[in-house]
Design a protein around this ligand. Structure first.
Ligand code: NAP
Length: 256
């Protein structure tokens, strides 16, 4: 039985074990996945080298894990963070599957970003991942921050003066239980053509509801998990599998 885990500081609301264990079971893979909360990354890495075939990494360890890895993938080098680690005979190889997760989500929902004006709310790890996915094909890509303003980062006030084809929420604003909050006002929403929310709980954030959009973050979460399973267990990813896992996860969403 191959053992996998997610490591982070607070994992109470994580869907990861639900998704991975469902996939292992469905594809008859003899493997298990557990959540490991820790404040001691060094000790975890020692444990992982002799007990786990791989692990996912979340806040606050996505950058801190880099020092323990023997090699990292090209995406992880660009993003400077790792969310998936594969253990081959005690050597640790790092990858970033959030990149494929966001790209896959745009594809799954048929969201066209080529030559479009795209704005990403937030300036954290997820926002930077979205930026890197969009930057080569979009006409404009900027992060939107409450406090930082330098190259490629604008303020919320600056949004008033720009054309917005695609607006992505990569902040925690609107996430359960803060479901009555929205990261931007009606003025911005009214002139925005298309929205995507990386939040997956609730299914329909106030941000999505305002635009009657179904583009929530569950599909991104599922694709990044399936990409990790592909790295670890060589699974094949299909639209049917993504949809099936998504349907299974629906029961775990917060009731509105
Ligand atoms: P993070 O590193 O903490 O960054 C969040 C960013 O949001 C911050 O940099 C901050 O930017 C902004 N922000 C934080 N609190 C805010 C507030 N009260 N009002 C306005 N802006 C605020 O987090 P992250 O890892 O990037 O994740 C961001 C969101 O994406 C979370 O909701 C997370 O659950 C979601 N996510 C989803 C997936 C998925 O697979 N669906 C994957 C990764 C993340 P400024 O300070 O510059 O304004």
């Amino acid at each position: 039985m191959n053992k996998y885990a997610l490591i982070g500081a607070k994992l109470g609301h994580s869907y990861s074990s639900i998704i991975h264990n469902y996939v292992f079971n469905k594809l008859n893979i003899k493997a298990s996945y557990e959540l490991i909360e820790t404040t001691d990354l060094a000790s975890f890495v020692l444990y992982a080298k002799s007990n786990l075939k791989g692990f996912n990494v979340t806040i606050p360890y996505k950058e801190k894990i880099l020092q323990y890895l023997d090699e990292i993938s090209e995406e992880a080098k660009i993003l400077k963070n790792v969310n998936t680690v594969k253990n081959i005979d005690g050597k640790l190889y790092g990858y970033n599957t959030d990149y494929a997760g966001f790209l896959g989500m745009l594809d799954y929902y048929n969201i066209d970003y080529c030559n479009k004006d795209c704005y990403i709310l937030g300036s954290g790890g997820a926002a930077k991942t979205c930026f890197n996915v969009l930057k080569d094909k979009a006409k404009t890509v900027k992060l939107v921050s409450r406090s930082k303003t330098f190259e490629n980062i604008i303020s919320y006030d600056d949004l008033i003066d720009v054309n917005i084809d695609l607006l992505i929420n990569a902040t925690p604003v609107g996430m359960y239980p803060d479901i009555d909050s929205c990261p931007v006002n009606d003025l911005i929403l009214n002139k925005t053509k298309e929205v995507v929310d990386l939040i997956y709980n609730p299914k329909e954030t106030k941000f999505l509801k305002a635009k009657n959009s179904k583009h929530d973050g569950l599909i991104m979460l599922i694709i990044q998990a399936l990409e990790a399973d592909k790295i670890w267990e060589n699974i094949k990813i299909s639209k049917e599998l993504i949809k099936e896992v998504g349907d299974f996860c629906e029961q775990y969403r917060a009731p509105l």
